[in-house]
Design a protein around this ligand. Structure first.
Ligand SMILES: [Mn+2]
Length: 410
């Protein structure tokens, strides 16, 4: 009952925690930035039985709409949603869909104007009369075909204006990312408890996914990476089939997706419960680099690029601490970017030239991967940029080596 009252107070919800008004606001913000017509195609129903239907995340961000085959057109003055006609044959497999002729279509979708998909071309041509520019997603085949009806209009990518909005998370989005991150932290802690020599990587992966699926998360934000020993140096290792041995480290880069929002968390722990002196040395360098980068987070700072950036701070730390077997610095073993934005996608779209602002959610994930020593260490947290610094959303998961050792295998 209290739940129902809450719903009445905050308005109808299309996804967990995001109100219809918030979607409307996102679209009106985007429309203000447009100098022309944007056409966005939602995902179509897929024949692939490996996965269920996933809405395109830009489409989801702007509408909350999660049925296949929808299209939206946006201009500064107008917004239109197109829905495919109902198809009894496919509804037999995937259930009742909202049709463009259903009288409750505007109420259900949050768009005042809902048209059938066959009106796509005529509406496109009408809206073009007052537009010089057409925004579509790059490499979208359906958009390319529609685009051929208007050869003399200027082309723009829809990706950047949408990314600029998506970078700034609303309070509701931050709550959802925190919820996803909490489930993921619980998954990592459960894995640490279970880890011991002789187990397979997939057994650890199973413990982790089980924890967040049990909490109602709908899927993993990315293929879980559980890499032990020689696999610890493989950045996106995900076959997870090796038997783990004592004396090795295991990298667990595993994150849930709950209510559409991702998180991204990595820890590296000793399989036998105790780091070797060399593993601990490398671990502490990665941790030091991560702490240095996190301490530098504040509005106005750049993640990467020329001059001062978080990437450079982490690289410089790694390159001035420790040595390889030949006595050379370790910078060359930090072989990937320091971080990325996180949201509906684990690698959320962003404007590469933008500096950080309060309300952005990013990862900080330095790593050192020394092939010749079979030591890979990555430590990754999902972090909210605040007015004066940073809040580590995954901060409940320990990082200090002593704390890690105290929890692994117990
Ligand atoms: Mn990451």
């Amino acid at each position: 009952m209290r739940l129902l009252l809450g719903l009445v107070l905050i308005g109808p919800l299309l996804a967990d925690g995001i109100t219809r008004d918030e979607y409307r606001t996102r679209r009106s913000e985007l429309r203000k930035s447009l100098d022309g017509l944007m056409v966005l195609f939602g995902a179509d129903e897929s024949e692939d039985l490996h996965t269920g239907f996933f809405q395109d995340t830009n489409f989801l961000y702007l509408s909350g709409w999660r049925e296949p085959g929808a299209v939206m057109m946006l201009t500064a003055k107008e917004e239109v949603l197109f829905l495919p006609p109902r198809n009894p044959r496919s509804e037999n497999f995937t259930g009742r869909k909202l049709g463009p002729d259903d009288s409750n279509a505007p109420e259900k979708t949050g768009f005042d104007k809902v048209l059938p998909r066959y009106a796509l071309e005529t509406t496109f041509l009408r809206l073009l009369e007052s537009s010089r520019r057409i925004y579509t997603m790059p490499r979208d085949e359906q958009a390319r075909k529609l685009r051929q009806l208007a050869m003399f209009h200027e082309d723009s990518s829809a990706a950047l204006p949408i990314a600029r909005l998506r970078m700034n998370k609303s309070p509701a989005e931050i709550d959802l990312i925190q919820k996803t991150t909490d489930a993921t932290v619980a998954a990592h802690l459960a894995a640490w408890k279970k880890i011991k020599p002789g187990l397979h990587e997939y057994e650890i992966g199973a413990v982790m996914t089980n924890v967040y699926f049990e909490r109602g998360c709908e899927r993993s934000a990315y293929a879980p990476i559980v890499g032990s020993g020689p696999n610890s140096v493989v950045l996106h290792y995900s076959s997870n089939h090796r038997r783990m041995d004592s004396g090795e480290v295991v990298v667990m880069d595993v994150g849930a997706e709950c209510s559409d929002y991702a998180t991204d968390v990595t820890r590296t722990v000793p399989v036998g419960g105790k780091f070797t002196p060399r593993q601990r040395e490398i671990y502490n360098i990665v941790l030091g680099a991560q702490k240095a980068a996190i301490a530098a987070i504040k509005p106005g700072v750049k993640m990467r690029g020329d001059g001062e950036s978080l990437q450079k701070i982490a690289y410089d730390y790694i390159n001035t601490h420790g040595k390889n077997r030949e006595g050379h610095p370790l910078g060359k073993y930090f072989t990937h970017g320091l971080g990325h934005h996180v949201g509906l996608d684990v690698h959320d779209p962003s404007d590469p030239d933008a500096t950080l602002k309060a309300g952005m959610v990013i990862t900080i994930e330095p790593g050192i991967y020394i092939l010749e020593e079979n030591i890979g260490v990555r430590i990754e947290d999902t972090i909210l940029v605040t007015e004066n610094g940073a809040k580590i959303l995954s901060g409940a998961l320990p990082r200090e080596p002593e704390e890690v050792e105290r929890l692994v295998g117990k």
